[in-house]
Design a protein around this ligand. Structure first.
Ligand code: PEP
Ligand code: MN
Length: 372
């Protein structure tokens, strides 16, 4: 059960103390307090854990400072959607809103290789009105002999360039807790020139210790990718690890499943799960068409498969697109064969716009039919 308190309730207020004293009397029920400090208000939620079946919503609603009460199902307690649950389905980070109602594009380098390529990418993004990008510094690779990413050495110039070109959020995968500190230090050194969205890659979806550490900090939002060989439920529980440790700024990423049933694509595209994740949870949903499709193959009408699946995800309501671009894919150190070209950026963005408009029209159509 979740008690949502009246906004801006102060822990030192007599009403709050009275509430906590009352809750302490419930036998077999423990409490966990979560505070979300927003620009306009501070929201406090109290999780009651244990045998809450004996409590009635009506009684608990009458306790001091309680604004509303949500009885949670077992599934995804913090991030899930429950009955009468009108908790937010969005968050803000560094001036950018991420929600189940927004759409953000993160086009960028799979892996940072040279400062020149970083600059060419960011310059193109600014020219096309984009404020988000992806830049891999820590790369989990199948072969230990493959390029592992420049790691912390590239962070200062990546963040400086982001500041120069007005990039507000960089999605960046981390594979070890030490990377968190390296990112913090580099941001500090560059005067917080930009923001970072930490990415948990598909290979680490069930690295529970990493999830707990990333979940314990609330500065950086997190994009968690679906595990490529586990069920959707298992991946959603992985996201719940982040939230249960305190970080609610979580986006869920679909990136295709590993099976040869998806051939000729690199992974079996799973964007039909976009609406399912939005129904089951309050997380914005990201699609990664690059790692799903894995090639620059195109259909007879001349549209790249990567653009087709992007449109499919967006028509179904996706909220974020993570996509590989590269100024010179044949020189890319990671995933060159699936990179889009900088000159394809305006087409990609316009194609996304067409799909988004179709999604918006479909939403209006559904609304009209609901009223009938
Ligand atoms: C990536 O986005 O660079 C990446 C490695 O993705 P995934 O974890 O989905 O393979
Ligand atoms: Mn990649």
């Amino acid at each position: 059960m979740i008690l949502i308190l009246v906004p801006n309730t102060r822990p030192e207020s007599p009403e709050y103390k009275q509430l906590m004293a009352h809750l302490a009397n419930f036998t077999g029920i423990s409490t966990r307090v979560h505070t979300e400090v927003g620009i306009e208000q501070t929201l406090t939620e109290i999780y009651l854990i244990g045998n809450t079946k004996v409590l009635s919503i009506e009684d608990v609603s009458c306790l001091p400072c309680v604004d509303s009460v949500v009885r949670v199902s077992e599934e995804y307690r913090v991030l899930g959607r429950h009955k009468n649950d009108d908790r937010a389905t969005y968050f803000e980070y560094n001036g950018v809103r991420f929600g189940q109602d927004t759409l953000n594009v993160f086009a960028g380098l799979c892996a940072v290789d040279t400062i020149e390529h970083v600059e060419m990418m960011m310059k193109a993004l600014r020219e096309h009105g984009q404020v988000c990008t992806r830049m891999g510094a820590y790369k989990p690779r199948t072969s230990p002999y493959a390029f592992q990413g420049h790691g912390k050495t590239c962070l200062p110039y990546v963040f400086d360039m982001a500041g120069k070109y007005g990039i507000k959020v960089i999605a960046m995968e981390i594979t070890h807790e030490s990377h968190l500190e390296e990112i913090r230090n580099a941001l500090y050194q560059t005067g917080s020139a930009t923001g970072v969205m930490l990415q948990i890659g598909t290979r680490n979806t069930q690295n529970f210790e990493l999830l707990k550490i990333v979940g314990r900090q609330q500065n950086f939002p997190v994009l968690i990718k679906r595990g490529f060989g586990i069920t959707l439920d298992e991946s959603l529980n992985a996201a719940e690890y982040l939230a249960s440790e305190g970080n609610r700024k979580v986006i869920f990423g679909l990136r295709g499943m590993k099976t040869n049933m998806g051939d000729p694509h690199r992974n079996f595209v799973d964007f039909s799960h976009v609406p399912a994740v939005k129904r089951l949870t309050r997380m914005p949903v990201c699609i990664d068409p690059s790692h799903s499709v894995g090639t620059r193959a195109s259909s007879p009408e001349g549209i790249l498969d990567i653009m087709h699946v992007t449109a499919q995800g967006i028509v179904a309501g996706a909220n974020m697109v993570l996509v590989d671009f590269h100024p010179a894919p044949s020189n890319a150190l990671v995933d060159g064969p699936q990179a889009l070209l900088i000159k394809e950026l305006p087409q990609f963005l316009e194609d996304i716009q067409i799909a988004r408009e179709a999604y918006e029209k479909r939403t209006l159509l559904a609304e009209r039919y609901r009223e009938i």
